[in-house]
Design a protein around this ligand. Structure first.
Ligand SMILES: C[S@@+](CC[C@H](N)C(=O)[O-])C[C@H]1O[C@@H](n2cnc3c(N)ncnc32)[C@H](O)[C@@H]1O
Length: 282
């Protein structure tokens, strides 16, 4: 994976001297953020500014350009735009990330939803390359509930959604996946990669969606938003949780990442069902 450190080469390579390590004026950065919103509708001001600035400036240094020239590059050539978006949003993910939480979904949360619902709607928000919604789909298959379940999977990054739809993964993304599930739900390809079977894909719909800007669908029984809000400013995070609660049915569940405790859950109309799994109160 791309690393910020890798831009400053070590060993036989020369580190840039402080004069080569160009600083960029704050006003130019602020101008750039506004232009990106105007031209591409991407609201970078809801992300932590120091992180956005640091990551953008690594790209400016890579191409040896200033903010104006770089804006020109990402406007004219989609490849540069894709690279820029890729650096802003880290797409790291895997199947059954934090596995013990997934077994709680399988053994408790999903069966309890199924007992009361004729149809079930789940949403994986910030789904990256598809490992999260496909993990959910595998559990729905295990519980034999596919006939009444739909999973919406969304991300801001069109590149990762393309990968998600292809559904082909390196072995390392399956480290937490029980062997029994690998045998049942994946096909091993000659190059050693694994393709998720069509039956797993069938109940998942992928869509491009910006959590900071686009309208939210309603009536979900379960929303997963894990390892996405870590890049958001506190106000954006609060607004997002409010909108998730509005999108849940009463009694519906919100499953967040294992470092993403919601401190004002009561105020938002949630209760703690299990650590990192909240429930919309009746
Ligand atoms: C670290 S991945 C998390 C993937 C998965 N949820 C997991 O926990 O394994 C974060 C994802 O959030 C997406 N993301 C970042 N900002 C977003 C936004 N404003 N709207 C929708 N998705 C966003 C990124 O593109 C990235 O794919």
């Amino acid at each position: 994976m791309w690393e910020e450190k890798s831009e400053r080469k070590i060993g036989p390579f020369k580190l840039p001297s402080s004069s080569e390590w160009k600083e960029f004026p704050q006003e130019e950065f602020e101008w750039f953020v506004k232009e990106v919103e105007k031209r591409f509708g991407i609201n970078l001001s809801s992300y932590k500014p120091q992180r956005v600035k640091r990551r953008t400036e690594l790209l400016l240094r890579k191409y040896n350009v200033d903010y104006r020239k770089y804006l020109d590059m990402i406007t004219k050539d989609k490849r540069y735009l894709n690279e820029f978006l890729d650096k802003m949003t880290i797409n790291v993910t895997e199947f059954f990330r934090n596995p013990e939480k997934w077994w709680e979904l399988r053994d408790d949360v999903i069966p309890s939803i199924a007992r009361n619902a004729l149809r079930m709607r789940f949403w994986s928000a910030g789904c990256s390359s598809g490992e999260e919604p496909y993990s959910l789909s595998i559990l729905v298959h295990e519980l034999k509930l596919t006939y009444k379940t739909n999973i919406l999977a969304t991300d801001i990054d069109a590149g990762v959604l393309k990968k998600a739809q292809e559904g082909v993964y390196e072995e390392r993304s399956l480290v937490n996946t029980p062997k029994e599930y690998i045998d049942k739900y994946f096909e091993k390809l000659p190059d050693g990669k694994y393709r998720v079977k069509d039956t797993v894909k069938k109940i998942v719909t992928f869509k491009r969606h910006d959590l900071l800007k686009d309208p939210f669908e309603k009536n979900f029984d379960l929303i997963l938003c894990r390892n996405v809000v870590i890049y958001f400013e506190p106000e954006a995070k609060q607004e997002l949780y409010k909108k998730f609660v509005e999108s849940l049915k009463t009694g519906g569940f919100l499953f967040v990442g294992s470092t993403e405790r919601i401190f004002n859950y009561k105020e938002l109309g949630l209760e703690i069902y299990k650590p990192f799994i909240y429930r919309k109160v009746k």
